[in-house]
Design a protein around this ligand. Sequence first.
Ligand SMILES: NC(=O)c1ccc[n+]([C@@H]2O[C@H](COP(=O)([O-])OP(=O)(O)OC[C@H]3O[C@@H](n4cnc5c(N)ncnc54)[C@H](OP(=O)(O)O)[C@@H]3O)[C@@H](O)[C@H]2O)c1
Length: 288
Amino acid sequence: MSRIDTAGSFPLGTRTVQRVGFGAMQLAGRGVFGPPKDRGAALAVLREAVASGVNHIDTADFYGPHITNEIIREALAPYPEQLVIVTKISAKRGADGSWIPAFSREELTEAVHDNLRHLGLDVLEVVNLRSMFNVHHPAEGSLEEPISVLAELQRRGLIRHIGLSNVTPDQIAEGRRICEIVCVQNHYNLVHRADDALVDDLARQGIAYVPFFPLGGFTPLQSATLSRVAAGLGATPMQVALAWLLHRSPNILLIPGTASLVHLRENLAAGSLALSPQTLAELADITP
Ligand SMILES: NC(=O)c1ccc[n+]([C@@H]2O[C@H](COP(=O)([O-])OP(=O)(O)OC[C@H]3O[C@@H](n4cnc5c(N)ncnc54)[C@H](OP(=O)(O)O)[C@@H]3O)[C@@H](O)[C@H]2O)c1
């Protein structure tokens, strides 16, 4: 059994994926804009992730824009049968790298076609609609219209499954009245736990919860307790942060992002890091 198998798997739509996956956002240039510093390294990270058993990759055509998807295609196409590529739509990039909401029927439809073309796919396995009422955190507002557009694209056979990102419980309920929602991708990690109740609720319903910024994103997690626990386990703080998520709930799927092979290997190895009840209690005391 490879190390990532130790963490187990969970259903994502009609597929089952390893709980340790990979987030591709770090493979674009600085500020998720433009080409990466080292394209060869980006290709190598993707190929090693998949060779190590990763079968869930998270991306978006607005990373770069287009660049991350083009790198995924170059590294991995023709894609292995078991690989699930999840993308997200509803934003575009300004000439200065800014993130601009792109929620209209035309923009959403164009985004699905852009993802298909740049990834080299006939159908997208999972598309997350990323709410942009507030770019940084979930904010209330009806998503009925954009979700209905996705459901239409699903009926046309361009999308197999639909997920939601940066959303509130009310928006998830609204989405589930329109179509099946197979995953929710929100900001969550050891020190950012606003979604605690939501994680548990989705677990009861068998819906995958995919935390973005599992390592703190642009501001990597820092905590004296985390460092002390990690040292005691002979692991790195980032490995403990990932292992904590895996222990937190069985429906949590990891998509840590890195452009470094060394960090990739560390993150994959976190899948086999066991945390005792005492360690979990210590980590529970960490407050933002
Ligand atoms: N739905 C959304 O709105 C949304 C928003 C943001 C992200 N996402 C998705 O979530 C994925 C994960 O988020 P993220 O990449 O922004 O943040 P993250 O996984 O929390 O952290 C990535 C940062 O941590 C560093 N890192 C990774 N592994 C490390 C390790 N073992 N030791 C030390 N540093 C390490 C990376 O730098 P190095 O490259 O140097 O390793 C990078 O700076 C993204 O790839 C993207 O697919 C979704």
